[in-house]
Design a protein around this ligand. Structure first.
Ligand SMILES: [Zn+2]
Length: 338
């Protein structure tokens, strides 16, 4: 227990250091042309895309309020048309925050599950374990002065009712307090048309989050997906199952495109999207073969090296956890791996 406290304290100080270091440096921002009137915009390690039409802009994730203010000003000076649509890839706070900046001119479109993502959970869930450690006065709530780490940094985004205290429900809901809710939702597919251009949204099932959509720009032959599609980079976690990831990446790969645009790091090509699918398929069949041959998890982690992906970002850090996650699913046990 003492060890755990020590670990969480040092993590918190690390988070604190990172944040103050970031605060001193201006965020890395920029806009690059992808093709035609389609652009990719950067805020540090987060990316969004937008399509300029004569009647206005169709953009994807707003990322955060400060970035959105910057992007709004850039768009106004370069294109002289307002943002008409904000199309969400999913409801996670680090991609979907800040849309209120565009609320004076834009419609907001997201998968219908996003409304559930943003809603306060029913009932009064108890504080999760990580928050219980912060609850020094043991009143079942986390006061602002008690919060540490990411909870402290994003306290206001968790504090749904603005009372300076976080309940179990607010912590379970997540730091989505600055996510502007979709004004229009869809179930499977949705097409937005503006200024002679089309953008198609397709639900990606349960991979990563159950409100994820891929954006397809058919005239530009481009797709945009945040957190599911990666270019020469392994996924973070494989929640809820590797099967959900295979399904989602199969949906993306079935689209007609050349430009594979991602919410983090590199952008790439159709071949990169195919490689992303092949990784989760190779992982799945490799672990299944190991289980079929009676190997232990450790043996499979040692032998299933997935060398073809060795040059990919996170191959060295995430591959073994991915094997453990697939192994857990196949054996019907949750391993706690992502
Ligand atoms: Zn996400």
């Amino acid at each position: 227990m003492r060890f755990m406290t020590c670990v969480s304290l040092s993590l918190c100080s690390l988070v604190g250091l990172t944040c103050s270091a970031e605060a001193q440096q201006p965020p890395q921002r920029g806009i690059v042309n992808v093709t035609g009137q389609l652009y990719r915009a950067q805020n540090n390690n987060h990316f969004t895309v937008f399509l300029a039409t004569p009647d206005g802009i169709i953009m994807s994730d707003p990322i955060n309020r400060d970035f959105s203010r910057w992007l709004k000003a850039e768009i106004a000076s370069r294109f002289k048309v307002p943002v008409r649509y904000v199309l969400y890839t999913h409801g996670d706070w680090d991609h979907a925050s800040g849309g209120v900046v565009f609320a004076d001119t834009a419609e907001f479109v997201g998968h219908r599950n996003m409304l559930r993502t943003l809603a306060a959970p029913a009932g009064s869930p108890a504080l999760p374990a990580v928050a219980l450690e912060m609850d020094a006065n043991r009143n079942g709530l986390v006061e602002r002065t008690e919060a540490t780490g990411a909870t402290a940094v994003r306290f206001s985004l968790f504090d749904y009712n603005g009372d300076d205290v976080l309940s179990g429900a607010e912590i379970a809901r997540g730091s989505v307090g600055d996510v502007y809710p979709p004004t229009m939702t869809f179930a499977d597919h949705h097409t937005v048309t503006l200024g002679g251009k089309r953008v198609m949204m397709t639900h990606l099932g349960d991979a990563h989050a159950d409100d994820s959509a891929v954006l397809h720009f058919p005239d530009e032959r481009a797709v945009f997906s945040a957190d599911i599609l990666q270019v020469r980079r392994l996924p973070g976690g494989l929640a809820p199952t590797v099967g959900a990831w295979i399904d989602a990446l199969t949906i993306i790969n079935a689209l007609d495109f050349e430009h594979a645009l991602t919410g983090h790091a590199l952008a790439g090509t159709k071949q990169d999207a195919a490689d992303a699918l092949r990784y989760v398929e190779d992982l799945s069949t490799g672990v299944a073969a190991g289980v079929g041959a009676g190997r232990s998890l450790v043996e499979i982690q040692r032998t299933l090296t997935l060398e073809a992906y060795k040059g990919f970002d996170r191959w060295d850090t995430n591959r073994e956890a991915h094997i453990a996650a697939v192994y857990g699913t196949l054996r019907g046990v949750r391993t706690g791996a992502p």
